[in-house]
Design a protein. Structure first.
Length: 329
């Protein structure tokens, strides 16, 4: 890619960030004028607590999409990671379990997530099977194992400090939100400052050219899906601590929303193009829209239709911006 094209892409991403920021400001002003309840501390706190779950799962989906793939198993990997932590805490006394048991359970949870991602990456890398099929198979596997071992029931009975993690605050900021911000920063550094990030973009741009350039495509695929699995584990731990329970199926409605959030955040659905910051802004916009419409008492079906209209409008405007302003020749 030439320096001119790189400058055009940089200008395009800056325009995306500016456009999403302006739209966020507009809808915040609109909802605050429509209802005095919108900018209250209670509503802002509610949005800050709800955002991290979807945000962490979206980060888990982001890297596979950038590589030209997809990870459909993110929600069930998160659930299985949460179950791993729950079983560990119960084995050490449930409500009486200590911090050491929690740390051990988190290690178990991260191992489950990493193993899930590693298997997907390994199969995709060495068999050339499509990531959709491989991750769908992993989703079915995780769901089956989880339902078999939990009998389809919620698992509860954890120490109070675990609930404090999901519902507590540090300096007035919810702990889950701080975790999400930290993970977003780590993802930004990985994608923009490391060889793995460069390899991920290269895979999404042209996997054959990447292989010929000397980059190990197999190694990069395995690592990026393993990272996706690890992020799912973080989401699973946060979900367990927030709900003070865990079961197979928590957050399954987030799957398609994570994909939409990535596309709204200017991620190329075919891979090779996208950044963390626009995706975070897209997540905030979706959360603000959801909270604002709920406060206004909007019908759930109407809210869903408005989401669809909004996303279609964004795609059309984005195409026009790219086509007429900075199209790469």
């Amino acid at each position: 890619m030439t320096k001119t094209n790189r400058r055009k892409i940089k200008r395009y991403m800056e325009g995306e960030v500016a456009g999403l920021s302006i739209f966020l400001i507009v809808i915040v002003i609109a909802f605050s004028l429509a209802s005095p309840k919108f900018l209250t501390g209670a509503n802002l706190s509610s949005m800050a607590i709800q955002l991290p779950e979807l945000g962490l799962l979206t980060l888990a989906m982001l890297i596979p999409i950038l590589s030209g793939g997809l990870n459909l198993s993110i929600t069930y990997t998160a659930n299985m990671s949460g179950l791993a932590l729950a079983w560990t805490l119960q084995a050490f006394g449930g409500p009486a379990a200590g911090v050491e048991a929690f740390i051990l359970g988190c290690v178990f949870a991260f191992s489950v997530g990493a193993l899930s991602g590693f298997i997907i990456g390994f199969v995709v890398a060495y068999t050339k099977a499509h990531p959709i099929l491989v991750s769908l198979s992993m989703m079915i596997l995780m769901r089956g194992i989880g339902e078999f071992m939990s009998h389809g029931k919620d698992i509860t009975g954890f120490p109070q400090f675990v609930q404090n993690i999901g519902q507590g605050e540090i300096g007035g900021v919810p702990i889950p939100l701080l975790v999400f911000i930290a993970c977003a920063v780590v993802w930004h550094i990985i994608l923009s400052r490391t060889r793995q990030g460069f390899g991920t973009y290269m895979l999404g741009s042209n996997i054959m050219a990447t292989a010929y350039s000397g980059i190990s495509t197999k190694r990069n695929l395995i690592i990026l899906y393993t990272l996706s699995g690890l992020m799912c584990s973080v989401a699973g731990i946060i979900m367990l601590s927030r709900f003070n329970s865990v079961r197979v199926g928590h957050g399954e409605s987030f799957l398609l929303i994570t994909v939409l959030a990535c596309f709204l955040g200017a991620v190329n659905p075919f891979g090779g193009f996208g950044r963390v910051v626009p995706v975070v802004l897209a997540l905030i916009i979706l959360q603000v829209l959801t909270s604002g419409l709920n406060i206004l008492g909007s019908n759930q079906h109407l809210s869903t239709a408005l989401w669809g209209i909004f996303l279609i409008a964004v795609m059309v405007l984005r195409w026009a911006w790219w086509r007429y302003s900075i199209k790469i020749k």
